[in-house]
Design a protein around this ligand. Structure first.
Ligand SMILES: Nc1ncnc2c1ncn2[C@@H]1O[C@H](COP(=O)(O)OP(=O)(O)O)[C@@H](O)[C@H]1O
Ligand SMILES: [Mg+2]
Length: 316
């Protein structure tokens, strides 16, 4: 290897490290307030929420109904203006942009997948993907070529010319995924993408997310109730009443979140860090103590008993 290629390789390596650590999206102090109609109280759906995602990260959002998950996704995706706060993509604030400025950024940066209603019902799956690409300015034949490649990759070759209503829920979601990834976005925002499909299709769609995440350089932010997704996400964020109240590492069990919660937000929105040790002790200290005390006691007891027995046997 020449000096020069070695240097280039080193530079590529450093660039790559820099790139993977690059902040993709940073939301600060997000508030979303829905005004109550005819004297009804306002609903505060997001309360000063902060969130940061790195390039290529895979993050799950969990939380009960009404917690603010959909509001958060729509706001992050620039579909809805926050009442306060900022949202930066690669450092650029989109929160005050006009719709004209936003449209091209959304198309090039973000892919959306909702629970349902992702497809234009009068167009075939194939044409749905082609249309998305055409909106982004891709030429006609290039769009058709790319749509075919993506749909082949998603296992939809034989069904791509059917209208959406002839497809199963799982197949429709695959077309939706094809549309969402067709522009090679930096971030996929998915709001309960498997909420309307059966368990088997859910598994397949989730497996697909996992594979695509590996293949593409795309970050995923997925609202989910699926343990499967949460278990392969880099981390899960727990949303409650418009605030992130907990963060959980990879592989955490969403049914017992108390056990893995590592960050918690106080009532007034300030962040309190839990003091979690790097590694939990393997054995409970109480168990260790009992072993230290009980084992010698058993040993002494056994020796004494044996002595008594042997003494007795000598005398009889
Ligand atoms: N368009 C709207 N108008 C008024 N209130 C809304 C609207 N959308 C959502 N909300 C309210 O905001 C809160 C959060 O809703 P949402 O973001 O849909 O939560 P989730 O997706 O976690 O179920 C809820 O109290 C909901 O009733
Ligand atoms: Mg929702």
């Amino acid at each position: 290897m020449t000096m020069e290629t070695k240097e280039t390789n080193e530079t590529n390596k450093t660039n790559k490290i820099k790139e993977t650590n690059q902040i993709l999206v940073k939301a600060q102090g997000l508030y979303s307030i829905y005004e109550g109609l005819e004297g009804a109280n306002n609903v505060v759906a997001l309360r000063g929420l902060n969130l940061e995602m790195k390039k290529g990260e895979f993050v799950a959002i969990v939380g009960t109904s009404g917690a603010g998950k959909s509001t958060l996704l729509r706001t992050l995706g620039g579909l809805q203006k926050p009442s306060a706060g900022s949202i930066r993509y690669f450092g650029r604030d989109i929160s005050r942009m006009s719709e004209n400025e936003l449209v091209p950024i959304r198309r090039s940066t973000i892919g959306f997948i909702f629970q349902e209603g992702n497809l234009m019902p009068e167009l075939s799956g194939f044409d749905n993907v082609v249309r998305t690409l055409r909106y982004s300015g891709v030429g006609f034949s290039e769009a058709r070529k790319r749509a075919r490649t993506i749909l082949d990759r998603l296992g939809m070759t034989s069904r791509m010319h059917d209208l959406p209503h002839r497809l199963s829920g799982g197949e429709q979601q695959r077309i939706a995924i094809a549309r969402a990834i067709s522009n090679n976005p930096s971030l996929i925002l998915a709001d309960e993408p498997t909420g309307n499909i059966d368990a088997q299709n859910t598994e397949q769609v989730m497996q697909l997310f996992k594979e695509l995440h590996k293949e593409l350089d795309t970050a995923f932010l997925i609202v989910t109730h699926s343990q499967h997704v949460a278990s392969f996400a880099d981390r899960s964020l727990e949303l409650s009443d418009g605030m992130i109240i907990g963060q959980h590492g990879a592989g955490s069990d969403i049914y017992s979140l108390e056990e893995s919660r590592s960050v918690i937000i106080s009532e007034n929105g300030t962040r309190l860090e839990y003091d979690i040790p790097e590694e939990w002790p393997e054995t409970d200290p109480v168990d260790t103590l009992s072993i230290i005390l009980i084992l010698p006691a058993i040993a002494v007891f056994t020796i004494m008993k044996r002595r008594k027995y042997s003494k007795n046997s000598l005398f009889h």
